[in-house]
Design a protein around this ligand. Structure first.
Ligand SMILES: Cc1cc2nc3c(=O)[nH]c(=O)nc-3n(C[C@H](O)[C@H](O)[C@H](O)COP(=O)(O)OP(=O)(O)OC[C@H]3O[C@@H](n4cnc5c(N)ncnc54)[C@H](O)[C@@H]3O)c2cc1C
Length: 388
């Protein structure tokens, strides 16, 4: 969508465009960034944006945000999306930073926010446990007070990036004798501390980005408790609200153009645009792609620095998931057995990675069923699901 820009904003757009063209590292343009780039390579663009002061467009200025107007944030997103740049470290900038500047104490802000901005620390989210996923309030990992420290024992699972992380934002049970939502507290856990054991889990995509994390007598200073004792559920809700915004990033990020345009190329090579069935499906996918863009634009226009995104974000997540499934169905039909070829084939796009990661996207950050409950109850105001 082209914007009607003032001359100052048009100059800003040209500046962003030129900055990306002159600075985006060529070595980051690979078919499948998740598996093809090393930790150091993943950080290249992050560091460049940090030096420029553009790393965290949605953070309040006092904590390191650039202080842009909505229009400028929008321009920046549009230009980075168009140029297919990889987003900076999504988890720390999008999810942990807002938690720390909203709930953290002064020392935590002073220590961790600059390190998040610079990319010095890598983070992971230790929320899910065996038996506690959708129902995070039932988490059982214990944190018991011992003087100025807490002693953590338990197990986390599906912890993305734990194998490369320096710090985890982890939720633990600090009071087992009160209703489950009221006995949780969040902590910043040093992933290199004694007692932390990370065991990678291989996914069907071939990557091993997920992990089990075992915590055995891990000592965490009370100064690394985030927010008030037993108020961890509020921290969880803030993190999840921000997590759903990650779904708003154009899927083209890091790859130049989006899957829909890529699919058109595949159909031209291996399908038949004159086939009425294929044409009809392409038209439906195109419409869904445009609806996604409009939902993203509506959301961006409503955001302000430091504000936690509301439940409406869930609609975008549902739309995106359904869209990608339809796209994958068509792709499978057109490419057939060719899909089993190496990652990166068919137009330097990792189609098999895209296909194999589609089911996971329906679960991560809240399953489709849970997200539908959120939309029903909090957006549409329908009667709430019975809860104990
Ligand atoms: C790609 C990906 C990345 C992830 N990254 C992380 C991470 O970094 N850190 C982390 O902590 N976790 C992470 N997770 C875990 C994720 O948050 C959980 O898998 C998810 O919340 C679901 O929990 P569960 O697997 O325990 O399934 P369950 O909660 O057991 O759900 C099983 C099924 O029951 C349904 N269900 C459950 N409750 C209800 C209900 N009330 N109403 C209707 N249906 C219901 C669910 O929709 C689902 O179909 C990740 C998962 C994926 C796939």
């Amino acid at each position: 969508m082209e914007l009607n820009l003032s001359s100052e904003d048009a100059a800003f757009r040209d500046e962003v465009r030129a900055f990306i063209a002159g600075n985006y590292p060529a070595e980051m343009r690979v078919p499948n960034p998740e598996t093809d780039l090393s930790k150091e390579q993943m950080l290249l663009w992050h560091r460049i944006l940090h030096q420029k002061g553009w790393i965290a467009p949605l953070w309040p200025k006092e904590y390191g945000g650039p202080g842009w107007s909505i229009t400028r944030r929008f321009i920046f997103e549009q230009e980075t999306s168009r140029a297919g740049t990889l987003p900076p470290l999504a988890f720390s900038i999008t999810m942990v930073g807002p938690v720390i500047y909203t709930f953290g104490n002064e020392a935590q802000k002073q220590k961790f926010l600059p390190r998040i901005l610079s990319g010095e620390d890598w983070w992971c989210q230790g929320y899910s446990e065996p038996g506690s996923g959708s129902d995070l309030a039932s988490a059982r990992t214990r944190a018991e007070r011992d003087g100025d420290e807490w002693v953590l024992n338990g197990q986390k699972v599906w912890t993305s990036s734990a194998h490369v992380a320096d710090v985890a934002l982890a939720v633990c049970r600090t009071d087992p004798d009160v209703p489950k939502h009221q006995g949780l507290t969040t902590f910043l856990v040093d992933m290199h501390a004694p007692g932390v054991e990370v065991r990678p889990l291989r996914q069907m995509t071939g990557s091993a980005n997920f992990n089990e994390v075992f915590l055995t007598d891990v000592r965490v200073p009370d100064s690394h408790r985030v927010g008030e004792l037993n108020k961890g559920f509020g921290v969880i809700l803030t993190t999840l609200g921000n997590e759903r915004t990650i779904a708003t990033r154009a899927p083209s990020s890091g790859r130049g153009i989006g899957p829909f345009e890529r699919l058109l190329g595949v159909v031209d090579n291996f399908g038949d645009r004159r086939d009425p069935r294929q044409r009809q499906r392409l038209a439906q996918l195109y419409i869904a792609d445009r609806i996604k863009d409009l939902l993203i634009e509506r959301w961006r226009a409503s955001l302000a620095p430091g504000v936690t995104p509301g439940p409406e974000m869930s609609i975008l997540k549902l739309h995106n998931c359904r869209n990608n499934i339809e796209l994958v169905h068509m792709l499978t039909e057109v490419l057939g057995p060719r899909l089993a070829a190496d990652t990166g084939a068919w137009g330097a796009f990792a189609w098999n990675e895209f296909l194999c990661s589609t089911p996971g996207a329906r679960i991560g950050g809240g399953t489709e069923e849970i997200v539908r409950n959120t939309v029903g109850e909090e957006v549409l105001g329908l009667p709430k699901e019975p809860r104990p």
